[in-house]
Design a protein. Structure first.
Length: 287
């Protein structure tokens, strides 16, 4: 199986034609499709998207796009609720715009999902408005894909390999040698690449990936905190609680209760300033 990310080219000079859109709930372990139009899905839970011999991990806060008549399968982990739309493009005018098959929107997911959900709500009564909303969402997804491709095209190939290892093995204990060996460079050279191109040490980048992933799982899913800790490579609950407090200023339970990070991610060694207390949230809880 491959995990290379497919990127589709869409011509977005005109608003798309919405064939159908709505909210779907399933408790099946998998769903198989071959839709005549494009399909876009907003996921708040984990899944695996299978496209031929390619398996793509869908994290909470991701958007998936599949072109027409491409057989694909979503493999679920428990009950899944997601928003979707099937649509067709109008005409062949305009420059092809790239959109990746799966995009983890991170902190931008909530805003884009709300715009998409509004399109779902108004589709029956105001279809033109729904199509305009979807058009806007597709442009945003294309712009995000373009920015990512531009960053990766400028990134040193060894650094890109090391970053892919981190994403693929986030739950594993990783040393600098574990990253440098598949990247084909020495640990010292990889350290220089991380500092020069990302402004971070390899350790800080790994910590950032783990904490951002933990944030998604804590605020966008119901995965138990202990399982979240294991999935992001910090299986010791005490260490996980300390890492979340150092990164976001609150405990994992508080982070889940809030539904979002109260402060930007802190990667410094000293604890961040205390997060403001929201009414109804007990700040003394720990994981």
């Amino acid at each position: 199986m491959s995990n290379a990310m497919p990127v589709w080219d869409l011509r977005l000079s005109s608003a798309p034609e919405v064939l159908c859109m709505g909210r779907a709930v399933t408790e099946r372990s998998s769903d198989q499709y071959a839709v005549h139009g494009y399909s876009v899905h907003f996921y708040k839970s984990e899944a695996t998207l299978v496209l031929g011999d390619t398996e793509l991990e869908v994290t909470p806060g991701s958007v998936c796009l599949v072109p027409p008549d491409v057989a694909h399968e979503y493999r679920h982990r428990g009950r899944v609720e997601h928003l979707f739309a099937h649509f067709a493009l109008r005409g062949e005018a305009g420059e092809p715009m790239p959109i990746a098959a799966v995009q983890d929107l991170a902190s931008d997911f909530t805003g884009l999902c709300e715009r998409f959900e509004h399109a779902v709500h108004v589709h029956a009564s105001r279809p033109a408005q729904a199509e305009a909303r979807l058009w806007d969402v597709l442009w945003e997804l294309s712009e995000r894909t373009t920015r990512k491709e531009q960053r990766q095209s400028r990134r040193h190939v060894a650094l890109d390999r090391a970053c892919r290892v981190i994403q693929a093995r986030l739950s594993d204990p990783l040393s600098l040698s574990d990253l440098a060996t598949p990247a084909g460079v020495s640990p010292a050279h990889l350290t220089r690449l991380f500092r020069a191109e990302l402004g971070l040490t390899a350790t800080d980048y790994l910590r950032r990936c783990r904490l951002e992933r933990a944030l998604h799982l804590l605020t966008r899913s119901e995965v138990p905190i202990k399982e979240v800790a294991c999935e992001v490579g910090i299986p010791d609950l005490h260490a996980f609680n300390k890492a979340i407090r150092r990164g976001y200023g609150v405990s994992p339970r508080e982070l889940r209760a809030r539904g979002s990070a109260p402060i930007p991610l802190n990667l410094r060694t000293e604890p961040p300033p205390a997060a403001p207390v929201h009414q109804g949230v007990v700040t003394s809880q720990t994981a």
